[in-house]
Ligand binder design. Structure first.
Ligand SMILES: *Cc1c(COP(=O)(O)O)cnc(C)c1O
Length: 392
């Protein structure tokens, strides 16, 4: 998919069937729960393939189906499903693949709600779990048991942005008949396509870069027709955590600019990372592929460029220094989530409760600050960071 024409075609045309829509340049929003049929025979045929037909909107809807086709094409998979959130997509993917008595391996330090799903919910249903350092292939191999059914990956993972060697892990898993699922939200399908490395299910928080405008919460799973059918027949239809047609339409609109947005935030981020890496008030920057990144070679192998989310450690004596820095920023909104048009700052210090440093509970450094770089002028963002660093 490095072919820019193919990418442009997917984002601008694929699945839109304009001749069926009286030439409408943007797709209609099929705001309907139900679909009517001219005969019992036609209704019966549709009901036997709800994934492929518009029958009832919990299963399929024409506006959502356009999004499914584009996401599958972007990830290079046969099919995709879209959910009402990234957390719903992750839960559906995991629950479709495991049952009581199975064992799941998950990377250390995944997205917080992925950790809750794996650590707290799976054991309630008789599934055993192990968390391992995803950067250590030997540790993953050692964690596998005869009844391991699934490896949950997130490359890079949240906050500390460590990579996993997707090709090596996928090969190991396949040789043991184990499925792999990878959260690809950070990279977006433009910078990394896990299925190319042999990953079975690719998950997205569509809330982030795919939508890109901070106005929708959505998620997706991409994979083979067989696996997507399995997820559809199981958690997708049973739990019903679907996206509505209007939100799907907003995501389609957001995705028109995916390519230009990713280019912009990648270029801006590398300038900002360079500025921070040399600043005396910055102890360490976590940005995959940067000169300081111990996994730089793997990043270069797996990624087609850099994304716009990264973290750094502030050189300060206490949490008050972190708070002064964040409170002084004028061009970065203090907000959770990321991947929108606007730049954001989120300090780990937000999670500190009862005076207990977050690092005591999560193993993450208390002075960690995450930035999400938006579409603003990077020089303005650097000026803002410079003045706020002076307050530390
Ligand atoms: C935000 C996020 C999620 C969850 O997605 P929602 O759309 O918020 O439910 C999952 N994984 C990662 C890496 C995320 O950043």
């Amino acid at each position: 998919m490095d072919d820019a024409a193919t990418l442009s075609f997917i984002l601008n045309h694929l699945g839109e069937e304009r001749t069926l829509q009286r030439g409408a340049v943007t797709p209609p929003i099929h705001a309907t729960s139900n679909f009517a049929f001219p005969s019992v025979a036609a209704m019966r045929a549709a009901s036997q393939d709800e994934l492929g037909n518009a029958f009832y909107t919990r299963g399929n809807n024409p506006t959502v189906e356009i999004l499914r086709r584009k996401l599958a094409a972007l990830e290079g998979t046969e099919d995709a499903l879209v959910f009402g959130s990234g957390a719903a997509a992750m839960a559906a993917g995991v629950l479709a693949l495991v049952r009581a008595g199975d064992h799941v391996v998950c990377v250390q330090k995944p997205y917080a709600w992925t950790r809750v799903l794996v650590r707290d919910w799976l054991p309630r249903f008789g599934v055993e779990v192990s968390f391992v350092d995803g950067g250590d292939l030997t540790a993953i191999d050692a964690a596998l048991r005869p009844h391991t059914r699934l490896i949950v990956l997130e490359s890079p993972n949240s906050l500390t942005l460590e990579l996993q060697d997707l090709a090596a892990i996928a090969a190991l898993a396949r040789s043991r008949g184990i499925r792999t699922l990878c959260d690809n939200s950070w990279a977006s399908p433009l910078l990394q396509r896990p299925a190319e490395f042999g990953i079975d299910l690719v998950m997205h928080s569509v809330t982030k870069y795919l939508n890109g405008h901070s106005d929708v919460v959505a998620g997706a799973l991409c994979g083979s027709a067989e696996l997507i059918r399995q997820v559809f027949a199981g958690p997708y239809m049973t739990f019903g955590a679907i996206i509505g047609p209007f939100e799907a339409w907003l995501v389609l609109r957001g995705m028109r600019t995916l390519q230009v947005r990713m280019q912009r935030v990648g270029v801006s981020s590398s300038r900002i990372v360079d500025f921070l890496a040399w600043h005396p008030k910055v102890a360490r920057v976590y940005y995959p592929g940067s000169a300081q990144d111990p996994q730089r070679q793997l990043a270069q192998r797996q990624h087609h460029g850099g994304s716009g989310v990264f973290s750094f450690e502030l050189r300060t004596a206490d949490v008050a220094g972190v708070e002064r820095f964040c409170d002084r920023l004028r061009r970065f909104l203090l907000a959770v989530s990321w991947g929108g048009h606007e730049s954001l700052v989120w300090p780990l210090a937000v999670t500190i409760r009862d005076g207990c440093a977050a690092s005591n509970r999560t193993g993450l450094p208390w002075n960690l600050v995450r930035l999400s770089i938006g579409l603003e002028d990077p020089e303005e963002l650097i000026d803002d960071l410079r003045q706020a660093l002076e307050a530390v």
